[in-house]
Design a protein around this ligand. Structure first.
Ligand code: CP
Length: 311
């Protein structure tokens, strides 16, 4: 098989070139009918995906599982460290080596940054980072970009507001890095002062000559942008719960604010209170479609990595 997609592991979106992203988005588009069960596929028949989820997940874990099953593969794994022998004191390294023996690829979610990279250095099967602490969530970014392309037609020439917890939100870190690969994209970072985009990401964007503006109010940008990409405040990453209580509810999008605007609303989910449910039944809501797009995108990722890197 000719290798067009060069990456063996998906650890950080910073490892991608634009052509790598385009490849996955094109593959995902071809797999839409299978994702929706209008066609059958046996592309990954006999293959097993190892799901190592040390931190809670609904969408990422279930969409990887659905993606694998739609391609006729199977999944093994755990959904929290309490149901694995990590709870008896087994190391992550030993756990990963066991999964390597049982699986054709591994999907890892962990509360600490760098765990997926660490595992990719000690196993031979492809490793996919499904979210590492406040670090990166590269496969979420791929499905975000897929959604933008599907809904708006292009990722170039857009004005996009990233709103909420830009400090701890790994989805906005990966997405900002990825958007730096596209032409004439302008970013607006909307957050409380305490939750601003980390300097490291701003430095990356400066290196890529990316245009961005930091603001603290949605009013300042709502008439300028094509996309409001909303995120929740990441309660679990605050050292002091009082700091969270002071900030929670800082930004809430509702139908009234959106009336007459030419934009879409996205959110990686889960949401807490940052998008009012009155937006759900409007044309602005693209967050449920975004979650559904996880299946063809993760099918494309699994098919590509497992077929390019047979055991
Ligand atoms: N978007 C996302 O990562 O959702 P989960 O935490 O439910 O996987």
């Amino acid at each position: 098989m000719i290798k067009i997609f060069k990456l063996k592991n998906i650890i950080s979106i910073k490892d991608f070139e634009r052509s790598d992203i385009d490849y996955i988005l094109d593959e995902a588009s071809k797999l839409e009918d299978i994702a929706k069960s209008k066609e059958l596929s046996d592309e990954l028949k006999g293959k097993i995906l190892g799901l190592m989820f040390f931190e809670p997940s609904t969408r990422t874990r279930m969409s990887f599982e659905t993606a694998m099953k739609r391609l006729d593969g199977e999944c093994i794994g755990f959904e929290n460290s309490g149901s694995s022998s990590v709870s008896k004191g087994e190391s992550i390294a030993d756990t990963a080596k066991m999964f390597e023996g049982y699986s054709d690829a591994l999907v890892i979610r962990h509360e600490l940054e760098g765990v997926s990279k660490f595992i990719s250095d000690i196993v031979d099967v492809p490793v996919i980072n499904a979210g590492d602490g406040a670090g990166q969530h590269p496969t979420q970014t791929l499905l975000d970009l897929y959604t933008i392309k599907k809904e708006i037609g292009s990722i170039d020439n857009l004005k996009i507001a990233l709103i909420g917890d830009l400090k701890f939100g790994r989805t906005v870190h990966s997405l900002a890095n990825a958007l730096g690969l596209y032409d004439n994209v302008e970013l607006y970072f909307v957050s409380p002062n305490e939750l601003k985009m980390p300097q490291e990401i701003l430095h990356d964007l400066d290196q890529m000559k990316m245009s961005y503006t930091e603001v603290s109010k949605i009013d300042e940008i709502i008439d300028k942008v094509n996309i409001l990409y909303v995120t929740r405040i990441q309660k679990e990453r605050f050292g002091d719960i009082n700091d969270y209580i002071q900030i929670k509810g800082a930004y809430i999008i509702n139908e009234k604010m959106l009336k007459g605007k030419d934009l879409i609303v996205m959110h990686p989910l889960p949401r807490i209170d940052e998008i009012d449910s009155d937006v759900d039944n409007t044309k602005y809501n693209k967050y449920f479609a975004q979650a559904e797009n996880a299946v063809p995108v993760r099918m494309a990722i699994l098919k590509t990595l497992i077929k390019n890197n047979p055991k």
